[in-house]
Design a protein around this ligand. Sequence first.
Ligand SMILES: Cc1ncc(COP(=O)(O)O)c(C=O)c1O
Length: 390
Amino acid sequence: MAPRDPILGITEAFNADANPAKINLGVGVYYDDNGKVPLLDCVRRAESLMMEQSAPRTYLPIEGLAVYDKAVQELVFGADSPVIQEKRAITVQAVGGTGALKIGADFLKRFAPEGTEVFISDPSWENHRALFEGAGFTVNNYAYYDAATHGVNFEAMLADLKSMPQGAIVVLHACCHNPTGADLTSAQWDQVIAAVAERGLIPFLDMAYQGFGSGIAEDGAVVRRFVAAGGPLLVSNSFSKSFSLYGERVGALSIAAGSAEEAARVLSQLKRVVRTNYSNPPTHGGKVVATVLNTPELRQLWEAELAGMRVRIKQTRDSFVAKLRERAPAHDFEFVREQVGMFSYSGLTKQQVEQLRAESIYAVDTGRICVAALNSKNIDRVIDAIAKVL
Ligand SMILES: Cc1ncc(COP(=O)(O)O)c(C=O)c1O
């Protein structure tokens, strides 16, 4: 038997709990204030347009829907990016962000020199290690989270980057670090980008939460800064969260190559990887996202709806901190306000998480909570329970 997925294990335990007041903070999806996964209005309207046109379901090209790839490329790199103007950019539609990482990992394994290793943050999204190991790489950690400050141990991270072997692949979270919620500052990114260039590392940016941090352009700025620094760059992105399209599996892998000619060769190899994995991507989600991104009115609506999710998360962080200050004044949770995105390393210990479980409140053993699973109806019960276990 393969080991159980630790996070899905929480959901199983949650589902088996008969308490009607149970709360699952272990999830990795955005819930609205009614505790529901939203169906965005822009998605509903794009689907209505698609229904009217009612097109046959032929196979998509191996690299995906052309209008999707173009719109996503402009979103990821910025429409005026030199990599697009110089035809050095490649974007292939992928089966979610996971699929994008997998295509990138398989491609790199095929062409990276023997012995090239992958470095991921400590901790990282739990699938990063499995995914790159599955592609045949040795996966190491670089220092990232500092439990004492609830932030990034930047000195240690930078030292690790500077001692990585030349040509190593370094996976970086573009924004809204999962699981910790601790992101780098703009000045720290400058130093990371310089270290990556100095060591000749291959940066692989994982951008699963664009728009959940400070804004679509603000969160994507790190991609543009890597492009400006030159060198190869891989970016996986996902619309699971930003379009609330989890089950449709929509994402993309984008690569900045050195020249148009190199880009053509890279694309040909990516197509080989896709062809031998799943042949070509599914149509529906790609069409929905392309319709929204390419229809000005729907795009505006999407940006507003995404901003709504971002703002609700921020307000929830504020309210979580304020309520805990009242109920547990001896403990400082101010750091939760500084963290970014859907997740927080709350600082709760494994033992405290177990005690919360006895109250039918479920979180990850590491103390990770999904801030978006809190809402105006359940937050007081969660705060009371946390104050009690503290
Ligand atoms: C950091 C990170 N990368 C990638 C993914 C995968 O995204 P998707 O669900 O689109 O495959 C996730 C999803 O939780 C994530 O948190």
